[in-house]
Design a protein around this ligand. Structure first.
Ligand code: ATP
Ligand code: MG
Length: 259
């Protein structure tokens, strides 16, 4: 049974999508069958995997809306060099879901209901969330087993984190009894500055959550790769970014208590 991991933090630009793309790609590279789901109307995961979000026949929006099923929406082996990496792509229309789905009965369960039948076909389902705690993120958290929270190594890193943890607790109580926080991963760590080190220490002292040993460094190759529509292991497999996301994938696999 596939483990469903939502990559969430309502703070913008902390490395959610970079982590979602590269964790999904690294898990597939390690032979796992992966479904990546882009739940962000920005569609950065979709374009970061080389898919033109303006020329999609069906997107996650159509699936959630009931206009297509998961199979029709899924792009199989989306990145040709990495077998087993499949994608439910997003388009701009997904922005409308936040308001439109409120009128549907049980709107929090729409994504969950769509993926429950295919869960056994994948080892991992990785969901990229938008930078908000609205209906799209609630759908992701309701469908997920665990939440992986990227934190950027900069001032205000802890800002808003209590809100996220509060939301996760609320969803656990009301919608998804078994939801847990998979762990915190530090991103954009700059070893040349004291600030990065201080942020890591500060979070470790103040947050009673599992923290991954792997810390993702600030790496220019990681920032470049989405503009080529490539995961880092394809764009520059020898880069520090590729090496560290492979390490993170190993840690996620080691955390596999659902199997
Ligand atoms: N480790 C890294 N090193 C260098 N640049 C990075 C790294 N991680 C992310 N970036 C860059 O930082 C920016 C923000 O990253 P990303 O899009 O992954 O964040 P996000 O949390 O998904 O943002 P949003 O909240 O808008 O969805 C992007 O331009 C990305 O390429
Ligand atoms: Mg993003």
């Amino acid at each position: 049974m596939g483990r469903i991991i939502a990559i969430a933090n309502q703070k913008g630009g902390v490395g959610k999508t970079t982590t979602a793309i590269n964790l999904a790609a690294c898990l597939a590279k390690k032979g796992k069958k992966v479904l990546a789901i882009d739940m962000d109307p920005q569609g950065n995961m979709t374009s970061g995997l080389g898919v033109d979000k303006n020329s999609l026949e069906y997107s996650v929006y159509d699936m959630l809306n009931g206009d297509c099923n998961l199979g029709e929406c899924m792009l199989i082996d989306v990145y040709p060099d990495i077998k087993g990496l499949n994608l439910l792509p997003a388009s701009r229309e997904l922005a409308g879901a936040e308001v439109e789905f409120v009128t549907v009965e049980d709107p929090q369960y729409i994504l969950k209901n769509h993926i429950k039948n295919v869960r056994r076909k994948f080892d991992y389902i990785i969901i990229d969330c938008p930078p908000a705690l609205g209906m799209l993120t609630v759908n992701a958290l309701t469908a997920a087993n665990t939440v992986l929270v990227p934190i950027q190594c900069e001032f205000f890193a802890l800002d808003g984190l209590s809100q996220l943890i509060y939301t996760v607790n609320l969803i656990r109580k009301q919608l998804n009894r078994l939801l847990t926080i998979e762990g915190i991963v530090f991103t954009m760590y700059d070893s040349r500055t004291n600030l990065s080190m201080q942020v890591v220490d500060n979070v470790k002292q103040n947050l009673n959550q599992h923290i991954y040993n792997t810390i993702i460094p600030r790496n220019v190759r990681l920032a470049e790769s989405p503009s080529y529509g490539m995961p880092i292991i394809a764009y520059d497999p020898r880069s520090a970014g590729a090496e560290h996301y492979m390490m993170l994938a190993d840690e996620v696999i080691a955390n596999d208590y659902y199997k």
